[in-house]
Design a protein around this ligand. Structure first.
Ligand code: NAD
Ligand code: UFG
Length: 360
């Protein structure tokens, strides 16, 4: 298939591009550059062994998007393009509504105009708010706790309404839990601007000496060790799930909503210790006040993704930490770090992932 990947220069989108190419699909990236580096392109091309088209286009720019659709005749769209920082969304809600909701509406209009009716949407576990029960199933109650979460919830609803109005439109809503790690080659990974909001990139920056210690938000939750529990998922597993979801949507000719997580909760301190083992670096930390709005424990019930897509996460927390560290150590300044010549994968990978990434 020829696939438009909106936001494909970002963290998760770039990994999805590698997987899609390794399965023989053709990708074209549209990315505004609001949270990505153009340098990802050279690295992506090295990984997929072929040219990749990256267009600096904002999905809200209907004219530029119409030109892209007219040039390429896409079979499907993967929609990663969004702003994603929860704290920033509370300070600048209108920017988030405009970019994430306005962007989704404009993209759906462009797709409709071009007659493209297959969409894979990057949703989030944030749509469950503070879930009353774990593991969280897809039929749990939905709730927005902040403007970012509201944009994901509204976007899911807009897409659902469009599917109701046009019975030829198919959409897969993928609710990610906590994506971490990097491609085992160390060529692509997460490159946050400024101070990281999320745990794993913060740990990585402490490990390379860019920050002196981690602040653990809360040590008195009713969890295994008092720290917050989340469902961390390797970004390569997530990338595989996108290709599986798209291929299932086409073959079964139906839309669906699934959780993408491992089904296993890991506490902040468990992740810190796993990272220390994987990297050989000490991660100094102090336990501070809880972060407002945080839940004690959130992890997925991933059974539906397995049932529908045959997808199950393959990588464990040690592999997540190992690959996150490999990326960070090779690229202490993210994509501003010089591209090294030898970047061969140096890790054993689960059989399924090896087979699927073999083309990369
Ligand atoms: P990212 O910021 O690395 O990638 C998003 C990409 O979209 C960036 O390259 C950015 O430049 C681009 N973009 C943003 N707005 C755009 C616009 N209007 N037009 C074109 N390009 C635009 O983020 P990510 O971590 O790769 O997340 C990808 C998607 O997954 C996002 O929709 C995010 O909300 C969702 N998600 C992420 C997480 C996470 O923890 N990383 C968890 C759940 C859901
Ligand atoms: N944490 C710390 N110190 C830090 C950062 C985080 O202790 O410096 C803790 C948090 O309190 C939480 C855990 O680490 O217990 C994970 O926090 P993250 O910020 O990495 O992830 P969240 O689960 O809070 O949220 C992330 C995204 C949301 C998304 C959600 C589910 O930021 O946008 O995952 O996908 F909705």
């Amino acid at each position: 298939m020829r696939i438009l990947v909106c936001g494909g220069a970002g963290y998760i989108g770039s990994h999805a591009c590698v997987t899609l190419c390794s399965r023989g699909h053709h990708v074209v990236i549209a990315d505004s550059g609001v949270n990505s580096s153009p340098r990802v392109l050279q690295r992506l091309q090295r990984l997929v062994g072929a040219p990749v088209s990256l267009h600096r286009v904002d999905i809200r720019d209907r004219r530029a998007m119409a030109a892209l659709f007219a040039t390429y005749h896409f079979d499907a769209v993967l929609h990663f393009a969004a702003l994603k920082a929860v704290g920033e969304s509370c300070r600048k809600p209108l920017d988030y509504f405009d970019n994430n909701i306005g962007g989704t509406i404009a993209l759906l209009q462009s797709m409709q105009e071009a007659g493209v009716r297959r969409l894979v949407f990057s949703s989030s576990a944030t749509v469950y708010g503070d879930p009353s029960q774990v593991p969280v199933r897809e039929d749990a109650g939905l709730q927005a706790l902040n403007p970012y979460g509201r944009t994901k919830l509204v976007a899911e609803q807009l897409i659902e309404d469009l599917c109701r109005a046009d019975d030829r439109f198919r959409a897969a809503n993928l609710r990610y839990f906590n994506p971490v790690g990097a491609h085992p080659s160390g060529l692509i990974g997460e490159d946050p601007c400024g101070e990281p909001n999320n745990l794993m990139p913060y740990i990585c920056q402490v490990a390379v000496g860019q920050r002196d210690h981690l602040r653990v938000f809360g040590g008195d939750y009713p969890t295994v060790d008092g720290t917050g529990v989340r469902d961390y998922i390797h970004v390569v597993d997530l990338a595989q799930a996108h290709a599986d979801a798209l291929e299932y949507m086409v073959s079964a000719d139906r839309g669906f909503t699934v959780n993408l997580g491992t089904g296993r909760g890991i506490s902040v301190l468990e992740l810190v210790h796993a990272f220390e083992r994987a990297s050989g670096q000490r991660i100094p930390y102090e336990i501070v006040e809880r972060r407002p709005g945080d839940s004690a424990e959130v992890f997925a019930d991933p059974a539906l993704a397995q049932q529908l897509l045959g997808w199950r996460a393959q990588y464990d927390v040690d592999a997540m930490c190992r690959d996150a560290w490999h990326w960070q150590a090779m690229n202490p300044q993210g994509y501003r770090s010089p591209l090294r010549r030898a970047a061969a994968p140096r890790v054993e990978r689960p059989r399924r992932a090896v087979a699927r990434l073999a083309g990369a």
